[in-house]
Design a protein around this ligand. Sequence first.
Ligand SMILES: *[C@@H]1O[C@H](CO)[C@@H](O)[C@H](O)[C@H]1NC(C)=O
Length: 965
Amino acid sequence: MSATPGPSSADAALAPEQQAIQAVMQALNTLYTDPDNNAKASANTWLQNFQQTSEAWQTANALLLASELPLEPRLFAAQTFRTKITFDLEQVPRPQRVALRDTLLTALSAYASGPRVIQTQLSLALSGLALQLDESEWPTVVPAMIERYGSNPETVPILLEFLTVLPEEVITNHRIPVDNDFYHTRCHFLLSAAAPEILKLLSMYVQASGLTSQIQTGIFQCLRSWLKSGEISAGQMADTPLFDLSFDALASDELFDVATDVVCDLINETQEVEENMDTIQRVLARLHPLRQELAAAGDDEDKVRGLCRIFVQAGESYYRIILRHPNELLPVVEAIAECTAYHDLDIVQITFRFWYLLSGALGHAYGQPEAQRFYPLYERLLEIIIRHLRFPDDPDALTGQERDDFRSFRHFMGDTLKDCCHVLGSRQCLSRSLSLIQTTIAQSTPETLKWQDVEAPLFSMRAMGAEADPRDDEVLPQIIHIIPTLPDHPKLKYAGLLVLSRYTEWIDMHPDQIPAQLSYISAGLDQAGSDVTAAAAQAMNFLCQDCHRHLVPYLPQLYDFFRSVNDKLGPDDLVAISEGIAHVIAGMQSSEAPQALMQFAQPLLEALNQVAAQQGAGKDELRKAADRMEQLEKMLGVIGSSLARHLPQACGKTCEEAYAVLDRMLAAHGHVYFVSERACALLRRGLSFFGALAGGSLVPLLERLATCFEQTGFPGYVWITGKCIDQFGRDASLPVTAALQGASDRVNAKVVQLLDNTMPAEMGDVLDDYMHTSLAVLQSVPAVLLLSPSFPHVFRATLAALTLLKTETTATALDLVLAIVGHDSLTVSRIQGDATPSETSAYAAAIRQVVAQHGFQLTSTLLNGLVTQFSPEVMPVVVTTLKVLTGSFATEMHAWIPPIVEQLPTAYVPEKDKQAFVQRYMQALAGNSLDQVKLAINALYAASRKARERTRTDRDAGPSALLDR
Ligand SMILES: *[C@@H]1O[C@H](CO)[C@@H](O)[C@H](O)[C@H]1NC(C)=O
């Protein structure tokens, strides 16, 4: 660590090793106790850097053996060994690696009595070393460890710890650099070849007398580790006393948890049922008595949870053979049903996946006698779930959090109801829910009726709606009829309307029901200010969508209704209703639809016009205007551009009138942010709805947008300008092109001005839209971008956008950069389309000039982003861009690359990788091979990922992770 002075002012009189220890201690002290976060962060960085040095081996060993020190430095030392063995073993010359092993073994012995965290880190370090040493260096790992630590009760805990972490580390620590062949050989040697010995050892231990429960737990943990790794099979375990003793251990309070885990792992390892039949028979024999345990566990939730996990594990592992072996497996399924019926919903949900899996298996065998045996269980399941769905008698007694949990859990349970439908048929399930409602109502008076008893089955009908067959003529008519007759309670109205929303397809087949349902829904909308209106609005939306062809005659009625609700309902409900009506209109003949749309749009536009005329409109009025714009936007969104080609020419006038309203709105209130957002979204829909007919409004529109943007700097105006250019730029008439040019120049000037006064990160939204817009300009009217005096400014703004930590913005900015530096004009004399040769060469000249000016910074931004913060998904574009730059600007790149690479942050690209890249890149350039350029860049990227990987590991397991322990 000589080159990196630590935060300590180490006493020069101390030996270097002592100085290093002092420095580490001081940095750790800062990390743990300094209130200053900057100091903590720099201490953390210092410790990470220290861990990478080759001196750290020595220091770590000294710290580890200094038993008088507090825990933290010693744990840090153990962890340093683990990290270095993963990443830095090459720092230790081969002949010294055996000595390193012995150092670690000595340390492990010293920690035989704890603390456990240090034992774990040392065991991980030894495991990582065992994987990397070959047979000549460490010939017999597992047997030697057993011999060294296995016969002394004092050292058995560290042996078990080592044997527990070994399979995990060898199998999952992919950062250890060993090549494939070596890995497989070594892995076989360390694990598969050693497995029988492990079984023997654990069997012997588990039968020893006088074991502490701590050691017993250690034995089971070790067994789990080997089972999970697949190195010990269920069958092998079943041949040892470990099998029965694991089940026996369930009877012990102290061992119950670990025994549950072992049994679950064992069962999970018998999933290949055909190969494990014998073991499975024995497992089932041990499971049956556990049903009594489950019944007896009562309110002991931990016990119930453990037993339920075991039964569910069995159910999930064996569900494919349940139909073939019903006698053996039915009891398991029944036990799982008991778990589902338990009162604690956390335990209930453990079982859901099983019911889903089994419903699949039963679905395949629909109607067959073996399957039918299980139907009563699903009938019971249905009732259990409906019982869990029931709100408590006093829902106000729930806390807010409990209520939210309960709500989301109800939806979760809905999936299990669908599984019931899958098995029993939706008709049977729905009629069960229906009869629960009927019975409740028949058995109560209005005074005794509890809404909860009706609401739960009603909710279940909604959940099962997706499974229902809209052609059903037995149950669905009864459901549709009973809903409007239910007792008058808001919860029942709410649930009833949502059920109705689910069955609008059925209503579509029974249009005679429409008047009754329309009036039920309208009545719901009158209950202003409650959840009920939201449900009613949704019901209206679905009814309109699904029954649109029958609703056309009702349009006059809907129109009156529409006018009456506009001032009463909240925005979301209005949007839902407007969408519904738009669906009715969208289904009409194209000769009639525009007229109908105009009729419904009229009151909305009028309302807008009123607010636009009010200079001093208050926030409430503006909100209302924004809501009207959102309604219009959603209506146009449903209709889309489908009518654009069918609109009569006369509609051009309508378009102008509608635009005039919006124009007044923007002139008066365009400086209000939410007005700008809504207006721009509506303009977008309007442009696609009217299509070519919107051309006439385009010139004043672009003018207005540019003015609004100049005055406010709001991103929406940039965004919609880009949409106009995208839609109308390609074949624009001269006046429109001039308007595009004018708007584009004004937007550019404003962005430049903003960038002069604001940090890019603070104007991320504007930059994001600006990148999209500039790309649209380049693609549809290149002259407007490339030949504009503001082109260099656009390029600078693009470089600013590249530094934002937002992947979408970076991606768009990169697309723009690539579209510029890879522009066809650089490589061909006349580009496709209508550019003349002289235009083409003017484009090329403009691009060359901009790259000459800003190319160094561009390349530097790209390379820095490549090795630091760009997201992996944009890497292909970065690499292509650098390659294209190299192709078109070879001389410049030759000069730029070395100084840029020199300055890349060393934490992300180690010196040796920098040098390797520059050398490789220059060779590729000299050989004129762009493919080689690409390979060189990819190698640089790979090197940076490796360096980052280490930083990430350090974050997970490094010094600062100690804080979380
Ligand atoms: C069960 O085994 C599979 C592999 O067969 C594994 O992916 C899964 O995580 C295991 N489940 C449990 C609960 O350990």
